[in-house]
Design a protein around this ligand. Structure first.
Ligand code: 5GP
Length: 125
């Protein structure tokens, strides 16, 4: 069910629960500001989610409220994870769904990293 982008941060969302260690995740990277783990329902041979540790509902929320340090760390974390998975040279795709029209289902900002095969066209028409 797509989220309501205007809703306040929901501390019970599944990624908040992963950050608190209440449910497991297959972590691939962690630093002060960011966490990366495998998607539970992969849509490509490599499908990793990178999330900020701060309580941000969406890209819209993060880009407006996050500190320079959080933003810099998050962008570097996404690049680092893709490189560490061997994706830089064959290439990969980043995707961020934002709000209802974007199809965002989990109300904590996450960047999808897809790779491991030719991914085809960006969107179906
Ligand atoms: P969205 O549609 O919000 O952009 O993507 C949410 C993603 O979170 C989906 O790809 C879904 O498979 C993934 N996901 C949902 N629940 C869990 C979970 O409990 N653990 C992990 N690792 N991924 C999850």
């Amino acid at each position: 069910m797509p989220i309501d982008a205007a809703a306040p941060y929901d501390e019970s969302n599944v990624f908040a629960r992963i950050l608190r260690g209440e449910i497991p995740a297959r972590t691939v990277y962690e630093d002060e500001h960011s966490l990366a783990f495998h998607d539970i329902n992969p849509a490509a041979p490599v499908h990793i989610l990178v999330i900020p540790k701060g309580a941000y509902v969406s890209w819209d929320d993060f880009s407006e409220r996050a500190s320079e340090a959080e933003i810099a760390a998050f962008v570097r974390a996404v690049g680092h994870v893709a490189r560490s998975q061997g994706l830089a040279s064959p290439g990969y795709r980043l995707l961020v769904n934002v709000g209802a029209d974007g199809g965002q289902e989990v109300p904590h900002l996450h960047v999808h990293i897809f790779g491991g095969r030719r991914l085809g066209p960006m969107l179906s028409r």
